[in-house]
Write a protein that binds this ligand. Structure first.
Ligand SMILES: Nc1ncnc2c1ncn2[C@@H]1O[C@H](COP(=O)(O)OP(=O)(O)OP(=O)(O)O)[C@@H](O)[C@H]1O
Length: 329
């Protein structure tokens, strides 16, 4: 991997500036996203999934965060530190859909306005062509009466409908990369399934690459080719989806898989303890307090990524199969 990637993140480190102190929120995050592929990012609340995506999009305020590392779109370094320069990438090449579509729409403006506003910013299209394209995409998404939908205001539509419209606007931009940050978390199960189907179809039709952030391993396994498991600000395991489901190596991943389908924003039911907050992070393994195979080496040393095979990496020195167990997992 690497030469062919549409998005490459190399050694990303994100620190939060808090009362003159630098707190490490994300460290040593590297991955390659290939054209037409989906990377799922999974992990408990606070593990750094969203700020990793915000950093890629240049959305972290520079007074509050220090970001280091390289991010490339194809071979071009992304100017993620400059909000102004990032405008050339955001939307046009890398689009974002979030968990809360309500906040993405101005309640005083129609849905038509949002299509026009977004598309005229990034594409040289007339209002008439934008409306045609919007109706075409909404029709393809099986949204009934798309003309009426374009005349509606966000407060008149359901969360599931707004989520679909947010995706429709992203599809209209035809970005090479779509970052979907918890796109189904606020939705009921049937709508969740619909949204995953829509994303999958969009990927097939347009060859879009997707970063799918989720708490839900079930959602990720529907769409992802590869999974990054984040814990305490680092990637603790990276592998193809099929391999990770059958043969997880990190005790945390194993806990995640065994705790399905109850895995939620709440504490894991079968892993005792909670993830370290930003003040509790150190050099050793961040999973130390919850792992019952730990030893002194895990506590005192920065744990590097270890290659299990060509496509599978783990941040655990006791990863060998059967060499650990965790909590009651
Ligand atoms: N705006 C902010 N100000 C201060 N700290 C923040 C801010 N945003 C995130 N953090 C902290 O950075 C760390 C990583 O947060 P992040 O939102 O990336 O986690 P996450 O894995 O996406 O969690 P969730 O699934 O709950 O969204 C957390 O400790 C969080 O408290």
């Amino acid at each position: 991997m690497g030469d062919n990637s549409v998005l490459k993140v190399d050694n990303l480190k994100i620190e939060l500036i808090h009362k003159n102190q630098k707190l490490i929120a994300v460290k040593d995050v590297s991955f390659d996203l290939e054209p037409g592929k989906t990377i799922g990012i999974i992990g408990e609340s606070g593990s750094g999934k969203s700020i990793t995506c915000s950093a890629i999009l240049g959305l972290l305020e520079d007074k509050k965060w220090i970001i280091n590392g390289d991010i490339y779109f194809g071979e071009t370094p992304i100017p993620y530190r400059s909000n102004k320069d990032m405008n050339k990438f955001r939307g046009k090449h890398i689009a974002l859909i979030t968990q809360n579509p309500m906040s993405a729409f101005d309640p005083l403006r129609t849905i038509r306005y949002h299509f026009i506003e977004t598309l005229t910013t990034h594409k040289n299209m007339s209002k008439k062509d934008i409306e045609k394209k919007a109706i075409h995409i909404l029709n393809k998404m099986k949204i009934q009466n798309p003309k009426n939908v374009l005349d509606s205001y966000s407060f008149e539509l359901s969360g599931g409908m707004l989520q679909r419209i947010m995706i429709a606007i992203a599809i209209a931009l035809e970005p090479e990369v779509l970052i979907a940050d918890e796109p189904t978390t606020a939705l009921d199960l049937t709508v969740q399934y619909e949204i995953i189907k829509i994303l999958s179809k969009m990927q097939k039709d347009l060859g879009t690459s997707i970063i799918l952030v989720s708490h839900d391993l079930g959602v990720v396994s529907e769409l992802a080719d590869e999974v990054l498991v984040m814990y305490g600000g680092s990637i603790v395991e990276k592998a193809p989806i099929n391999e990770i489901m059958i043969s997880p190596k990190h005790p945390y991943t194993k806990g995640l898989i065994l705790s399905r389908p109850n895995f939620s924003k709440e504490r894991l039911a079968i892993l005792e303890g909670t993830p370290p907050n930003l003040f509790e992070r150190g050099d050793g393994c961040e999973f130390y307090n919850r792992c019952n195979r730990k030893n002194e080496k895990c506590k005192n040393n920065m744990i590097s990524i270890i290659k299990v095979n060509q496509n599978h990496e783990v941040r655990c020195i006791n990863f060998e199969e059967g060499a650990y167990s965790c909590g009651t997992a």
